[in-house]
Every structure is written in structure tokens, then in C-alpha cells.
Design a protein around this ligand. Sequence first.
Ligand code: AMP
Length: 417
Amino acid sequence: MLEVCLTAVPLTKSTSGFRVLGLQPALVAVLDRVGYTQPTPIQAAFIPRALAGRDIVGQAQTGTGKTAAFVLPFLNGWRDLNEPGPQAIILAPTRELVVQVGEEAKKLTHNPRCRTLAIYGGQRIRRQLDELKRGVSIVVGSPGRVLDHLARRTLSLARIRYVVLDEADRMLDIGFRPDIERILRHCPGQRQTLLLSATMPPPVMRLVHRYMVEPEHINLAPEKVTVENIRQTYISVDEDRKFDLLLRVLALEKPRQCIIFCQRKLWAYELYKQLRHHHKRAAVMHGDLDQKHRELIMKHFRTGAINCLVATDVVGRGIDVMGISHIINYDLPEDPENYVHRIGRTGRMGKDGIAIAFVTREQGEDLTKIEAFINLMIPEDRIDGFEACRPRPAEAVEKKVIVPLFGRRQRRYSRRV
Ligand code: AMP
């Protein structure tokens, strides 16, 4: 496999735009209209290779412009075949991501006859059936819902020539592997397959070896994506002082838009119930909300009508809202990788972001694991005049923590535990 390594900084004016990537003028005109004047690194690397018909494995996170990177090559080669059945299928793990990818595809389409349909659970099936009958070129769907349609014979993949597996690692985490494989077996062997994934664990590589032909590997180093322009700090806090701390942080930071992450649905809901008395533009978002409700919240969050979103990890991945200035980890995630995904909601497309983690005394080691994962020491912050931690009994002492950093070096430092 050929490997191309890139950094996450969008290219500057020195590139000559999308035209040099080989896209047709009608598409370049659309890109101008929507304000995409320069390709991002993943687009610059991805598009020419995809236009050449190669299978591609792209290691990239959301916020890098990856959706346009895999949608544009298909749009460029789209032909009005006047045949039933879609020509491209894009599989994504969550409803939010399905909707978002569908919207991006619609936004970039240069021909009104090239229709995109997003299919996902929680949406009226009637509407999906009508659209499918009318004829669509691109289907974006979660694997479960796509299989539903295949079982009902309301969707045929017989004419698919372009397959995208977006956030493949996430889809496999959720347990979609059998569904994905069944869908791929419904697609013709003569096709181009593109796989996007933030990480490349062995199950993703197995999928690559099994279903892709001599793919080219494009790597956008994830640790660079996450920390480059995000100012990260943590604040030590007692569990029962967290809410007061949150109010202080919001009052001091005045976030333009923020996501406050909680670890459990119930905790998110409880926090929201408290917060709404102090903050009118707050909302809560978790996996138990019905689809209509979630879409409405995301819509208001995008427009800024809501600027404080209490959320679980359901929005930790994949959701792309520009302009999120702050991420508050009200509860630390259990998995360090989720920390990276959470804070990656800010600092998008080269903009600066702030990530603040609330850390209780018991979570010293969890924080250390996160630091080891991102290979960066997160500095502590304090709020003047606010006692986030009650004084501890005299016998409590500092404990030494040794942190192995990717086996390259060790560091020793003190942390209150
Ligand atoms: P994605 O990584 O696909 O979720 O994209 C992140 C955001 O970047 C989305 O809001 C896109 O609309 C936007 N975007 C993608 N490509 C470009 C570009 N070349 N110039 C400006 N914005 C872009």
C-alpha cells in the first residue's frame, strides 16, 4: 500500500484551488459559490487519486473536509444514466452523520438530476420509498436502514459503482461489520471503494483487505488534527461543585457556542434541567431523543439559537458544526480516544478552540491516560476566588505518577490524587 502523510492545516493561497485537482468547471463553480476556494489537505490528496479510479483508505477525522473529498469525485463522474437504482452508496455510523453527509452531497451537487437521499431510522419510511421510486443517484445511509430496504426490495444496489464507508472504525465498534459485509456483497464487484476512518485497528484493516483492491493509503495524522489549534486545560473540582464551576466557566468564558459533555444520558438530562434555569439558550442531546427532536436541536445549534448543548458521546463524533468555541468535559470520558473525538468538535477548519476538562480527585489517572494518548501534558487552570475543591485532610499527600509515553520516554510529575 502506498502511504501519503499529511498535516491537518488547510492549504494556503499558494495552491491553485480545486481546478488543478481535475474537477470539471461546473463543480468548481459550485465550490466557488459555497465558498470552498482552496482544497483542504485531505481533499488535495484524495480527489486526484479518487478521480483516477483508485480504491482509497483515508485516515482522517471529521472537520478536515473529508466529506467533500469523497463526494466530489463521484459527482465529477456522475452521468445521467436514466436507469433505476443509485450509482453511489455512502454508509455512515449514526443518523446525525448520515444527515450531515447527505446535506453536504446535496450542497455540492452541480446537476439537479443528481439526487441524494439520506436514509436512516426514525424518519418516515413512506418518504424514503417515494424518493427511491423517483430515482436517486446517491444513497447515504446507516447500514441497518440500508439492509431494511434491501430486505424489502425497495432498494437495489445492482448499479452501484462507488461505495464509501465513512467512519469505518466507528461502524465496526457499533457492531455493523456483518451488515456492512452483506451490503458490500450486494454491490457489483466492478466498483470503486473508499474507506474513511479516524483509526486503523485490525478489524478495519481486515475489511480493507477483503473488500478493496490495491488501495492507496492517505494518512492525516490524528494527533495533529486534535491538538494543533485547541487550547486545552483542566480544572480540579469536587463532584458536588461541578455545577457551580460550570456556571463560573460559562460566565467567564462567554462561549460563542459550546458543547458540555456528560458520560451518561441521565446525567446529561439532569445537568440540562439545572442549567436551563440559568441559561436560556441551552438544550440537551442524547441517543434517547427521537430523530425529529434531534434534528431540530442540531438545526438550532447550527443557527446559534441554541449555544450551549449538553450532550453525551452521541454527538462526540461525526457532527460538524462550525463555530463551536468551547468544549467542556463536564465528565471525563472513560476512553481517552473519546476525549480526542469530543474536543475535535472545536478547532475546526483551522479555527481556534478551547477545551476545558473537569477532573475530580479520583480521576487523576484517567487524565494521565488521556495525556499519554494525546502525548501532551494538559495544564491546570484555576478560577480566582472560586473554591472548586474543598481542603483535604492533612494526611492526604501528593502521589508520584509515572507515565509511559508511547514507549519512547517516561516522565515523572506530581498530581493531586
Ligand atoms: P467534514 O470534515 O467533511 O465534516 O467538513 C468540515 C467542514 O468543512 C464542513 O462544514 C464543510 O462544509 C467545510 N469544508 C469542507 N471543505 C472545505 C473547503 N475546501 N473550504 C472551506 N470549507 C470546507
